[in-house]
Design a protein around this ligand. Structure first.
Ligand code: AMP
Length: 143
């Protein structure tokens, strides 16, 4: 399965934030949308970073309550690894495992078109494996 297929089953639009938005603002958006990471974009919509709930925990551990007023730019990961719609679930599972992160922005023609989480991948991967098992069982039963 390719990432484009996974994106079709997700709600459209990617939640983004700006480098100057506060960590509290980011935490609010993560909480209200029930998501684990937010992509940070620059003036032209280009991806400049990513912040996940893990970064927010680290900032609070390091700076206490002050972390909430810090701008996103001070807590985001700048070297963002992304994928395209034609990447396969196998490829991105390897990328996530190697990079030890659970979110991957999807970029097409320099534009952010979506984000996939490890949860999305596992959900679709499991459905795919179940389908294969059902097909194999049918094949065996009919000889
Ligand atoms: P996560 O497992 O996605 O919550 O993220 C763990 C760490 O990896 C955090 O510091 C994130 O900012 C960072 N991170 C998450 N996704 C990516 C990505 N696609 N590229 C680079 N770093 C990422």
């Amino acid at each position: 399965m390719i990432i484009g297929q996974i994106l079709k089953s997700k709600s459209r639009g990617v939640m983004t934030a700006r480098p100057e938005d506060s960590i509290q603002e980011i935490a609010l958006r993560l909480s209200s949308r029930k998501i684990g990471a937010i992509v940070i974009v620059g003036d032209s919509g280009e991806v400049v970073g990513i912040i996940s709930e893990r970064d927010i925990i680290r900032l609070i551990a390091e700076h206490g309550a002050k972390a909430l007023t810090m701008p996103a730019r001070d807590g985001m990961t700048r070297n963002v690894i992304s994928c395209t719609k034609t990447c396969t679930t196998d490829e991105i599972m390897k990328t996530m495992t190697r990079g030890r992160f659970r979110h991957l922005p999807v970029i097409e023609d320099d534009a952010l078109v979506g984000i996939v989480s490890i949860g999305d991948v596992v959900k679709h991967y499991t459905a795919e494996v179940e389908l294969e098992v059902t097909a194999m069982r049918g094949y065996l039963a009919t000889g």
